[in-house]
Write a protein that binds this ligand. Structure first.
Ligand code: FAD
Ligand code: DHB
Length: 389
């Protein structure tokens, strides 16, 4: 088989890139390790920046998001037993969209199918080859048979544990990493959210987040020790802990119910440089991970897609390699700013096991400064709604 771009991974970055390319007449094939339902079963991000909303519109998959998504104009920071609202729209003129990653993926998969584009699910042992030449190819196994796809470019959209980054020459790639000494326990429940906007809470018992997927489905998180097990957390214990970490006015509004999803995620910052090795480009989680506190992971995948898509369009439509040559540097400039913001939000809002009394006071001063200085609040808001692409 031959195509112009082989995309490894059918998460949001692979699917979005594939759709944008196809809309521009650039042929592509997606290879995915697991099946469609497995991809759709992963509950992850929930907040989309305006830039990502625009990109989904450009890909022609925005209709359901606009009909069912919830535009938000503010968030609340909770500390000292009070809610402090940050008016994102007054400070930046922009809004964010609450619409689950699962729904984005669903819409992209439906569009891909309707457009008659090829996705090969359950492709095992995917391997990129010869990407240091102008004729790369990818091999994979399906039903015990090895296949080969020749192409011009390979897009590594295969997440943190994928094969693409591992295939990069070890003497060229450099990685930067910070692990955090706690995780997030998250649940989904079919109950109305505690508030119409998100609440990020700093509390002596640890961080908590009130989010949502719709007006009748809530997503809540609490900071937990890294070695806690799901079995340690009954629904009752979760609701009790969540309420204890919220100001009274918010805790009273938490409506409880049985959870239908519960998982623990570790928190990590990670960046691989460069994001391009000849004709193999890394996109999204394949190149970088941020702790979820700033809601940036999925949005960063979208900005990478924007840069790579522009580079590929320039290559095929304008016959210029300039955009492709600039991909890594352009993407990394934005990535590091989101890594900085996510690290800062995480540091400001969580309880660290080794924080002493001095560190505690600094955290309190920072939160107090943030909600009383319009300049400081504007900086948070500018990053939260998303820096320009
Ligand atoms: P992925 O979504 O990881 O997609 C990669 C795809 O590649 C997968 O379908 C995978 O099966 C496939 N693949 C992997 N290896 C191979 C292979 N060898 N061959 C072929 N296919 C392969 N972000 C937020 O902003 N907010 C959140 O609340 C949030 N919560 C998260 C919770 C968890 C548990 C995790 C893991 C991430 C979370 N994120 C969150 C981050 C966000 O979900 C990711 O940034 C986003 O999924 C990145 O999209 P992606 O397409 O780059 O990678
Ligand atoms: C969600 C996750 C986040 O990390 C965040 O900052 C906001 C919302 C969510 O899953 O809804």
């Amino acid at each position: 088989m031959r195509t112009q771009v082989v995309i490894i991974g059918s998460g949001p970055s692979g699917l979005l890139l594939g759709q944008l390319l196809a809309n521009s007449g650039i042929d592509n094939v997606i290879l995915e390790r697991v099946d469609r339902d497995y991809v759709l079963g992963r509950v992850r991000a929930g907040v989309l920046e305006q830039g990502m909303v625009d990109l989904l519109d450009e890909a022609g998959v925005g209709a359901r998001m606009h009909a069912e998504g919830l535009p938000h104009e503010g968030i609340s920071l909770a500390f000292d037993n009070r809610l402090h609202r940050i008016d994102l729209t007054a400070l930046t003129g922009k809004r964010v969209m609450v619409y689950g990653q699962t729904e984005v993926t669903h819409d992209l998969m439906d569009k891909r199918e309707a457009s008659g584009l090829t996705t090969i699910y359950e492709a095992k042992n995917v391997q990129p080859h010869d990407f240091d030449t102008t004729s790369p190819y990818v091999t994979y196994e399906k039903d015990g048979v090895t296949h080969r796809i020749d192409c011009d470019f390979i897009a590594g959209c295969d997440g943190f544990h994928g094969v693409s980054r591992k295939s990069a020459p070890q003497d060229v790639i450099k990685t930067y990493e910070r692990a955090y000494p706690f995780g997030w326990l998250g649940i989904l429940a079919e109950v109305p959210p505690a508030d119409h906007e998100l609440i990020y809470a700093n509390h002596p018992r640890g961080f908590a987040l009130c989010s949502m997927r719709s007006e009748h489905r809530s997503r809540y998180y609490v900071q937990c020790p890294l070695n806690d097990k799901i079995e340690d957390w009954s629904d009752h214990r979760f609701w009790d802990e969540l309420r204890r970490r919220l100001p009274k006015e918010a805790a009273e509004k938490v409506i409880t119910g049985p959870s239908f999803e519960k998982s623990i995620a570790p928190l990590r910052s990670f960046v691989a440089e460069p994001m391009q090795f000849g004709r193999l480009s890394l996109v999204g989680d394949a190149a970088h991970i941020v702790p979820p506190t700033g809601a940036k992971g999925l949005n960063l995948a979208a900005s990478d897609v924007r840069y790579l898509y522009s580079g590929l369009r320039e290559y095929y439509l304008d016959k210029s390699s300039a955009g492709m040559e600039a991909y890594s540097a352009k993407a990394l400039a934005r990535v590091w700013k989101a890594v900085r913001f996510s690290w800062w939000m995480t540091t400001m809002l969580h309880r660290f096991p080794d924080t002493d009394a001095f560190g505690q006071r600094i955290q309190e001063a920072e939160l107090d400064y943030l909600v009383h200085s319009q300049v400081a609040a504007a900086s948070l808001a500018e990053n939260y709604v998303g820096l320009p692409y």
